[in-house]
Design a protein around this ligand. Structure first.
Ligand SMILES: [Ca+2]
Length: 258
């Protein structure tokens, strides 16, 4: 009798916990358009603005900032970084572009129109992805945490954990970011997944499985390390642009339930 009551108490206690951890929906990208992408671009940051894509590409000696025509994939404006820097995430704040670097602890601030360097920012730790929700900057750094930063001063406000079904993520997953309303979309490094994260709680609320974007033949032709990375949102069409490091294609998609 005791044991039955005990089991009932445990069941009742677990019920609210189970209710709090529903199955995480798996979404698929529905491809609307396919555009060319520079297969020499080791994509580390991507954003859409005013009908054009802005791209930050990495690697030492090859890092760039680019303005790219979507339809042709052609680079219209290009700035090469000093070979000491490995460029990472990219975001626009007002009339400025902010470009992170991987391990140099330094971000570059450019005039949005001219790409003229107007400031540098020092920060602690690594720089991976960056997005701006109109109020705050969100930054990934190779950990399971996102840093929330003041968009004007870049000062760290809070560093918050990202969780998947109550568990902290492994390190080195959260990569390129995109702020869309209440969500932050994050490429999961070295995987074909994109996390949809609740920006207020750090909880992953959906998993986008982008494995089918490239054919097996296209995938086989890529160099090692050429993984999904690069996600940009166009609020006018409510579509996403998605690519990868050295991918030959840029996909315009919406995320749908299978
Ligand atoms: Ca982005």
């Amino acid at each position: 009798m005791h044991r039955i009551i005990l089991a009932l108490i445990i069941l009742l206690a677990l019920q609210p916990l189970q209710a709090q951890t529903p199955a995480i929906p798996r979404l698929l990208p529905k491809v609307l358009n396919v555009y060319p992408h520079d297969a020499a671009a080791f994509t580390q940051g991507l954003l859409w603005d005013g009908g054009q894509l802005y791209e930050s590409t990495g690697l030492y000696g090859e890092s760039t900032l680019r303005r790219v025509e979507i339809a042709t994939g052609e680079t219209q404006d290009l700035l090469s970084l000093d070979e000491r820097y490995f460029a990472e995430g990219l975001e626009r704040v007002g009339d400025r572009l902010i470009q992170l670097t991987w391990k140099a602890g330094r971000a570059f601030v450019y005039d949005f129109a001219s790409f003229e360097l107007i400031d540098t920012i020092e920060y602690e730790g690594e720089g991976w992805g960056l997005c701006y929700d109109g109020r705050y900057l969100f930054m990934s750094d190779g950990s399971a945490y996102l840093s929330v930063r003041d968009a004007r001063t870049f000062d760290l406000i809070v560093r918050a954990a990202v969780t998947y079904q109550g568990q902290l993520l492994p390190a080195q997953l959260l990569n390129e970011l995109e702020c869309v309303g209440e969500w932050i979309y994050a490429n999961a490094w070295n995987t074909d997944f994109i996390f949809r994260i609740d920006k207020f709680t750090g909880v992953i609320t959906a998993l986008v499985d982008a494995a089918a974007l490239l054919t097996d033949a296209e995938r086989a032709a890529l160099q090692p390390g050429s993984v999904l990375n690069g996600i940009a949102y166009n609020p006018e069409s409510e579509t996403f642009f998605i690519t990868g490091k050295n991918w030959p294609k840029m996909f315009e998609v919406v995320f749908t339930e299978p």
